[in-house]
Ligand binder design. Structure first.
Ligand code: SAH
Length: 185
């Protein structure tokens, strides 16, 4: 009884610690290294995703819901690319054509690839989404890839934890240099 409960609690804490460790790794390594990490250790992805879902579940609002609400207000004819799509909440919630990219296929809707190099033609999407997925130290390469696949005048949507930005103004300036104009923050 009591020792089983204690054991379960301890195991839960170890899993959360592993989630935080993997999460930190994803934000401090390149996207190519992240791909290697999940390839070499499929269990890492499982633990990561469980922890991610748990964490987001405790937030007052899941940003992916806000992105879905925004997409529903815009024409369903717009083509969307979801970078680091996770369980494909975007693709499964809107009528638009959604290209869903992730390192691991949590759903059959996923195209497995590194988001720094997605199998899409240049200027083929209207809206690019990074929902809690702007990870990887090669940020510039990843955002250039989003820029490549976006049509002129397309929309880039980024949802990220505020504490992840060392300097939000520097980030906004860098985005301008990459060719993006801020519409709302
Ligand atoms: N956008 C989803 C999932 C966010 S979790 C949501 O909001 O629910 C972050 C996701 O990004 C994970 O599924 C992780 O596997 C993916 N990811 C991290 N680095 C990646 C990379 N280099 N290429 C593709 N996907 C990546």
């Amino acid at each position: 009884g009591r020792s089983a409960a204690l054991r379960a609690r301890m195991e839960e804490r170890l899993l959360s610690a592993r989630f935080r460790y993997i999460n930190e790794q994803l934000y401090t390594c390149s996207s190519q290294e992240a791909a290697q990490l999940f390839q070499n250790d499929p269990e890492a992805f499982e633990i990561y995703h469980r922890g991610f879902t748990q964490q987001v579940g405790r937030w007052p609002e899941n940003p992916v819901d806000r992105i879905v609400r925004y997409l529903r207000q815009r024409p369903a004819s717009l083509v969307v690319a979801d970078f680091g799509c996770g369980d494909c909440k975007v693709a499964s919630s809107v009528r638009n054509k959604v290209h869903s990219f992730d390192l691991v296929p949590l759903s059959p809707l996923v195209t497995v690839c590194d988001m720094a190099k997605v199998p899409l033609a240049a200027e083929s999407v209207d809206i690019a989404v990074f929902c809690l997925a702007l990870m990887g130290t090669n940020l510039q390469e990843i955002l250039e890839e989003a820029n490549r696949v976006l049509k002129q005048g397309g929309t880039l949507m980024v949802a990220e934890v505020a504490s992840r930005f060392a300097d939000i103004r520097a980030f906004m300036n860098a985005m301008t240099q990459l060719g993006f104009k801020s519409i709302s923050k």
